[in-house]
Design a protein around this ligand. Sequence first.
Ligand code: SF4
Ligand code: SF4
Length: 293
Amino acid sequence: MRELVVISGKGGTGKTSITASFAALSSEQVVAADCDVDAPDLQFVLRPTQRSEHDFCASEVAEVDSSLCDECGTCRDYCRFGAIDAAYRIDDVACEGCGLCELVCPRGAVQMREISSGCWFMSDSPCGPLVHARLNFGEGNSGKLVARVREAARVEARRIGADLILVDGPPGIGCPVIASIAGVSAALIVTEPSPSGLHDLRRVVQVCDHFSIPAAVCINRCDLDMQLTRRIAAVAQEEELSVLGHIPYDNNVTKAQMQKRSAVEYAGGPAADSIRELWGAVVELLNWRDDTE
Ligand code: SF4
Ligand code: SF4
């Protein structure tokens, strides 16, 4: 089973539109996984119907059993987060779940309890199954949720006999990105000709290098600044990465999004044509057989 992750060093480069287009273009069964759990938006293009919802628990907070507590104050003295009030009640928001109060309580009155950090969903879309998720506001466990989404996508792929998982990765280079790329077959880095696009491309290439992930580059909206596009291509060459696609700016992509469609489903146009060519190159990169070829 192959996994392709579509990532970008920065947000707003168009990776979700491209991932959705790949799902639409594949004539073989694929499973899509939206691993941008802080801002999931593949669902807005793939039009999923939710099949199931699952709680995701990755955090703990302390809880005091008042029948055992003798109000000695030890837990309050040790808690560095001010999460325990004068009546020895725990503030769930302030509690960081470190477990120190449980350790120091001489009466065994503190216990840690799991709390929900978000949800993940199994859905069906016209382009195949979609696994997506939502992290609760303020939660810091996005890497773990990404791992959960990827695992669910693998289970689903095995269930339906799909040989490819398309992962829409998060922007940046932090923990959720690392969780998204670990062990994938290849990464497609979507960038755009802007100074931040160039800067963030270098950073995300380093992350792929570090984890020995085969990577290739796609330059979206390439005609917005051809000079920067050439610089990006030069950086890719320095890094020994292929530039698999140049996608021109095309207003049809925005119109497609407004209609909740991927670029290739909505209408023709230069962007859709380039994404089709890109898909062919990605299939080759993955050494995958797709009957559209
Ligand atoms: S350390 Fe234990 S017994 Fe002492 S106040 Fe805290 S919960 Fe109560
Ligand atoms: S688990 Fe840590 S942060 Fe939470 S109340 Fe106990 S000591 Fe404070």
